[in-house]
Write a protein of this length. Structure first.
Length: 156
């Protein structure tokens, strides 16, 4: 095997599929922080800082989505089997998260299109919906991760 092939294999063996949930949660934490900071900055007139934060949030969210798709394409859905008070708390959070997650990607894309077109009035109008929904999805995915992998792992 050539040195280049060995290096390629070593690079791609740095993380495994089982590492992706924690990595994805980290990307989401980064997104949550930067969405929040971006929202704060734009409300205080610091549009350059807002822009930097939102670019970071978009990139981090894109990394999350990539890792999420790779993980679930290889592992499938994780069955929870929760009952009692955990189910009463977890499933409503999961349901609202999933429903709003389907809305978030198109909203973020539409909001960004308005930026590229320099349609600031439309950007602002759409972003008033996009940011709180995106932030909710970002925070709830962290809660879902903590419940599934840290606090109450199924089958343990």
């Amino acid at each position: 095997m050539s040195q280049c092939s060995v290096l390629t294999v070593q690079l791609f063996n740095v993380i495994s599929i089982s590492d992706l949930p924690a990595l994805n949660a980290s990307f989401n934490l980064i997104s949550t922080v930067f969405i929040s900071m971006g929202w704060y900055f734009i409300r205080h007139g610091a549009w350059r800082r807002h822009m930097a934060c939102m670019i970071t949030a978009v990139v981090s969210s894109a990394c999350f989505l990539t890792g999420y798709i790779i993980y679930h394409a290889n592992v499938g859905e994780k069955s929870s089997g929760y009952t009692g008070w955990i189910a009463a708390v977890y499933f409503p959070i999961l349901a609202t998260h999933v429903l709003l997650a389907f809305v978030t990607l198109p909203l973020v894309v539409i909001t960004l299109i308005q930026v590229f077109r320099r349609r600031w009035d439309r950007h602002k109008r759409i972003a008033r919906w996009t940011i709180p929904i995106w932030l909710y999805v970002s925070v709830t995915v962290l809660l879902v991760y903590l419940v599934l992998y840290k606090w109450f792992p199924p089958g343990v």
